[in-house]
Design a protein around this ligand. Structure first.
Ligand SMILES: *Cc1c(COP(=O)(O)O)cnc(C)c1O
Length: 390
């Protein structure tokens, strides 16, 4: 039989390793170290890149198995897990860049990524130019002779602006630049950046891949050669996912497709409801025809995900009032899990970003980010309706 590669089948069977025992559910390998047969075997284990059965920071069968499934889903040759999404992003950028290199990235990124690019990497001689992600000409204009890499994130947090993945990759390929895409918001169910030309995909597996708000993890997918290079750095940086959490991630991923398909459907209904609500000034959701990049969304995404942002009519106080009335949407950061969450973005980042930085990032005082979970969609709509008021 041909190797099955349909997503739903991959999610149940894409992680099996040769030589696995007969248990149907995957085993957990908590062991930190693995025995060698003799001295030659031991030397061979130490020297071989990405050897899964040497020492857990280098590799572990449970981590290997889960990484294999993420790689299969993204359509990549190899995968690597880290202890968080930031662990993945920092291992990729530190692993692939050196002093003197220049990066083109977005003005809006996950805040940790922005800080890595604009505060930490410059200390080691790596510079970044941050551009408006909706303008492909801005990416092109920012390219310098020392540019090595382009970093994108689409849809982006929290404004749900998109980056044209294929267009950025065409620019990069013509100049021999690497491309890295943060695919956390879309998940591989809704978007496959590697198929559009991206070299490396990164995830905060804390979000949709894990899917239950109960583990922190990161994932990296790319060619075997690129992942091997990143691995050389990752083992030194030391962001190792615990085998128990890798197992929990694998367990969460079994239902990834059904979860994401459900939140795609619920979010579409909620976005349409909010768009028509008199208490809402505007809704940011790539699935709405009113999203300024809806045509691009249709081109590069198969579904539009469970995250959206709304701007209530009024300012900070109005948003605060709506937040305080929500009962099914829990007021919390993070996203992508089974419980619906709401975050008042300006309040969430008040301690970290200045008012100017907030405005620059498109975070208006009246903006609320929603992560739609698996509750009944009519209950979620009723909750939003009562919170928004008559
Ligand atoms: C949460 C998030 C991250 C960081 O992931 P952690 O697992 O919290 O380290 C990176 N990128 C995006 C888009 C995220 O939402």
């Amino acid at each position: 039989m041909k190797k099955p590669n349909k997503t739903d089948t991959l999610l149940q069977h894409g992680d099996a390793l040769p030589g696995d025992d007969s248990s149907v559910a995957p085993p957990i390998h908590p062991s930190v170290t693995f025995s060698a047969v003799d001295a030659a075997d031991f030397a061979d284990m130490a020297g071989r890149p990405m050897h899964a059965r040497y020492y857990t920071r280098y590799g572990n069968p449970t981590l290997e198995r889960t990484a294999k499934l993420v790689a299969a889903l993204e359509g990549g040759e190899a995968g690597l897990l880290t202890a968080s999404g930031m662990g993945a992003i920092s291992a990729v950028l530190i692993g692939l860049l050196r002093a003197g290199d220049h990066v083109v990235a977005q003005k809006n990124h996950y805040l940790g990524t922005t800080r890595l690019l604009s505060e930490l990497l410059p200390r080691y001689g790596v510079r970044a130019t941050l551009v408006d992600q909706t303008r492909i000409d801005a990416f092109e204009a920012a390219i310098e002779p020392s540019t090595r890499l382009m970093m994108i994130e689409t849809p982006v947090n929290p404004t749900l602006a998109l980056t044209d993945i294929a267009a950025v990759c065409a620019l990069a390929r013509a100049r021999g630049l690497l491309t890295v895409a943060d695919n956390t918001f879309a998940s591989p169910i809704n978007q496959r950046p590697l198929a559009l030309g991206v070299d490396v995909v990164v995830h905060s597996a804390t979000k949709y891949l894990g899917g239950h708000h109960d583990l922190t993890a990161g994932a990296i997918v790319g060619s075997a050669a690129t992942i091997g290079r990143v691995w050389e750095t990752a083992i030194v940086l030391g962001s190792v996912l615990a085998p128990h959490d890798a197992w929990l991630l694998l367990r969460g991923m079994r239902t990834l497709a059904v979860r994401v398909e459900r939140v795609n459907a619920s979010a579409a209904r909620i976005a349409a409801f909010l768009d028509a609500h008199p208490g809402v000034a505007c809704v940011h959701y790539p699935g709405l025809t009113s999203h300024p990049q809806h045509a691009l969304a249709v081109r590069q995404m198969r579904g539009f995900g469970g995250v959206m942002a709304l701007q209530v009519k009024g300012g900070y106080r109005e948003a605060e009032r709506v937040m305080s009335r929500l009962s099914l949407f829990t007021q919390a950061v993070s996203l992508g899990g089974v419980e619906s969450l709401a975050a008042h973005a300006a309040a969430m980042w008040a301690g970290t970003l200045s008012d100017d930085a907030l405005r620059e990032a498109g975070i208006e005082p009246n903006l609320i980010r929603l992560s739609v979970g698996l509750e009944d969609v009519d209950d979620l709509i009723a909750d939003l309706d009562q919170a928004l008021g008559a």
